[in-house]
Design a protein. Structure first.
Length: 450
């Protein structure tokens, strides 16, 4: 094919994709989310100035990871399955049945979260002996105390995940994109007013998350259809929701173990490593969350609707084109971010207890983390395509295989290169995971949901 014709064809494909409703929704969601992320980053600068890099911040960040694991274990799996089933419920059974399905799903998730939390608290000393193997007994006690203080956040964050699933299913993307601004605003205000008080930091996090919950439920209530008629029964949808969630739990468990594995390795690399990696991951995580959330949040409801209507080939073609564009976009953004990394760290963090030497260390780690962006973008759209097909087993198997492999890469590279190797191992693992999930998504024979 002549070069001119190839360019014309590529330009035509890009124009069609850019005009697609999914792309417009993702762009709008990303634009509003960028405002939220800017505020969240300002909050991180305030926290860095107050707390610096040290054992106090290490204990807080480790407690967040420990309490976040059981939350992510169940709530993330439930949210993924819920979006697919809720969209199908609206399409097939109508709005009233979808409202009833929502209430039953929310109650079931809350009961499961309580049972999981009881088991988690019972195992907490053993968990900290592994995750915090490099910490002193006093530091472990501080982590344990912080975990207990974060229990309200555990419930609120889990409820919010399912609530965001409702808003995604109803394509309320733009309104939902601004809600998460509540948490960084409350956190920043409390830290700026009260200084380096860890109890106040946890209280601000809980208060901000509560504000998110209130806003989510206000939007959900406004969007629900009210009627005195009895909605039709759809027990099979609840069964599929429960079964699909259980199938995904091993995968979300593995995914939730990823930061635990990273902190376990980091805790043996010296004091301050956990917090240095935490600061270094903020900018890459912001880019990842901004773009991958925009991709994942907007694409799953569309895929679920198209597949429920029998548009299988249409979904497949769009998925391939979308993934190719995301590879190019992610690589370009990562390269630009690496170039701007050093001045960004200095402007964002270098003040108060955060020294110039801290900035040099964090800059190197941040650059290593940034190269995960192309892989996480492609992985996000590939996993949503698998979820929309109901291929929960394939999704779980891929995750269960790739998380330990990424952990081994991080461990091996950290042994040779220290904290930098740990960060770069995360980027390498993201690229390998994207390849695996892309291949799984294109397999010709979809698996049944159960």
């Amino acid at each position: 094919m002549p070069l001119r014709a190839l360019r014309a064809r590529a330009a035509s494909v890009l124009q069609r994709v850019a005009r697609h409703p999914v792309m417009r929704a993702a762009a709008g969601f990303a634009a509003l989310t960028s405002v939220v992320k800017a505020v969240a980053f300002l909050k991180e600068a305030v926290v860095a100035s107050a707390f610096g890099v040290g054992s106090s911040m290490d204990s807080y960040l480790m407690a967040l990871v420990v309490i976040g694991l059981p939350c992510g274990l169940l709530a993330n799996a439930a949210q993924t399955v819920f979006v697919r089933e809720y969209v199908r419920m609206v399409e097939v059974n109508g709005e009233l049945a979808a409202s009833r399905f929502l209430r039953a799903a929310m109650l079931g998730v809350l009961l499961a979260l309580t049972a999981l939390l009881i088991a988690w608290v019972a195992l907490l000393p053993a968990i900290l002996s592994v995750v915090g193997h490099g910490l002193t007994p006093g530091q472990r006690s501080l982590v344990s105390a912080n975990v207990y203080r974060l229990i309200p956040y555990y419930y609120l964050n889990s409820i919010n995940l399912l609530g965001y699933g409702v808003l995604q299913s109803r394509r309320a993307f733009l309104r939902a994109a601004l809600i998460p601004i509540a948490t960084p605003v409350f956190t920043m205000a409390v830290v700026a007013a009260l200084g380096a008080d860890l109890d106040m930091l946890i209280g601000a996090l809980t208060l901000g998350t509560s504000a998110e919950t209130a806003l989510i439920f206000a939007l959900m209530t406004k969007s629900q259809v009210r009627s005195t008629e009895r909605p039709p029964q759809a027990v099979h949808r609840l069964s599929e929701f429960a079964w699909g969630t259980l199938i995904l739990v091993p995968g979300t468990l593995s995914a939730g173990l990823s930061p635990v594995i990273e902190q376990t390795i980091a805790s043996g690399l010296g004091q301050g490593t956990i917090s240095a990696l935490g600061y270094a991951a903020k900018f890459p995580a912001t880019l990842n969350t901004l773009l991958t959330t925009a991709v994942g949040v907007t694409i799953l409801p569309y895929f679920s609707q198209w597949l429920s209507r029998g548009y299988d080939e249409r979904c497949r073609r769009f998925f391939i084109r979308y993934a190719a564009i995301l590879v190019l976009l992610g690589t370009a953004i990562a390269a630009a971010a690496v170039f701007a990394s050093e001045p960004f760290v200095r402007v964002a963090f270098q003040r108060g207890e955060f020294s110039a030497q801290n900035a040099l260390v964090v800059t190197a780690l941040q650059r290593a983390y940034l190269w995960q962006l192309p892989g996480t973008l492609v992985g996000a759209v590939a996993t949503r395509f698998l979820a929309a097909q109901g291929r929960y087993r394939a999704l779980t198997i891929g995750t269960v295989l790739m998380v330990p492999l990424t952990g081994l890469l991080q461990w091996g590279l950290s042994a040779a290169e220290g904290a930098w190797g740990l960060a770069f191992g995360a980027s390498t693992g993201a690229a390998l995971s994207a390849i695996v999930f892309f291949w799984l998504a294109l397999r010709p024979a979809p698996e049944p949901a159960r």
